[in-house]
Design a protein around this ligand. Structure first.
Ligand code: MD6
Ligand code: FE
Length: 213
């Protein structure tokens, strides 16, 4: 669709060493990404998982790819099947893989081959507390994160939970790539503000691509 107000080319904003925002980078693909998310969720629905500590997560999650990330009373892990229904995760669409690999390359990571894509869905009030992504085997591989739908405030911190954080707004089509010296930085999402996005309705979606195994 021709959109007279989004003809701006993507641009890059550095966050820290090894971390960059590719603003609006996924705008052209966004409708196709949202359609693919809906198809994946018909196979493996979004679930509010329970953390090892017994809390229900406000973010609902599903996955695609060879392995998917989830949590239960035993802890956090990657697995080939969805423990909500025993089904394998749907394959990662080529569109997803290509976008993740190209974005990683643009950010300076030339040989990123994701095998897992975690799909997060935020409703108003949903948040993700400060955390590190450290369940992946090879921490030299970056993570590529695609934001779709409603905007959210992303917190990007240091290597201790208590360190000060930068706050940046992530909007529809923004991609964050980080790895290298920033790979283990704490980060999170502040409670989502209610709204309606023309393509995603009352939600924010986030895709995070990783090399898990
Ligand atoms: C989100 N993102 O944007 C949550 N993790 O909804 C993450 O937790 C995340 O954006 C690792 C790398 C990039 C991310
Ligand atoms: Fe994370």
């Amino acid at each position: 669709m021709l959109d007279l107000f989004s003809d701006e080319a993507p641009w890059q904003e550095p966050l820290a060493e090894g971390a960059v925002i590719l603003r609006r980078r996924a705008r052209e693909e966004a409708s196709a990404l949202l359609a693919a998310i809906a198809a994946i969720a018909r196979q493996n629905p979004f679930v509010h998982r329970i953390t090892p500590g017994g809390y229900r997560m406000s973010v609902a999650m599903t996955n695609c790819g060879d392995v998917g990330w989830s949590t239960d009373s035993r802890g956090y892990q990657y697995s080939e099947r969805d423990n909500a229904n025993g089904q394998k995760w749907p394959p990662m669409p080529d569109l997803f893989r290509t976008l993740a690999q190209q974005s990683a390359r643009e950010a300076g990571f030339s040989d990123f081959t994701p095998d897992a894509c975690l799909i997060n869905r935020y409703e108003p009030g949903a948040k993700l507390s400060l955390h590190q992504d450290k369940d992946e085997k090879d921490l030299r591989q970056p993570i590529v994160s695609v934001s779709l739908g409603l905007p959210a405030v992303f917190q990007f911190g240091g290597f201790e939970r208590s360190e000060a954080t930068q706050r940046v707004l992530l909007e529809h089509g923004d991609i964050v790539v980080w790895g290298g010296p920033s790979r283990l930085r704490y980060h999170g999402i502040l409670p989502l503000k209610a709204g309606v996005h023309p393509d995603a309705g009352p939600y924010r979606f986030n895709l995070t691509f990783r090399r898990a195994r």
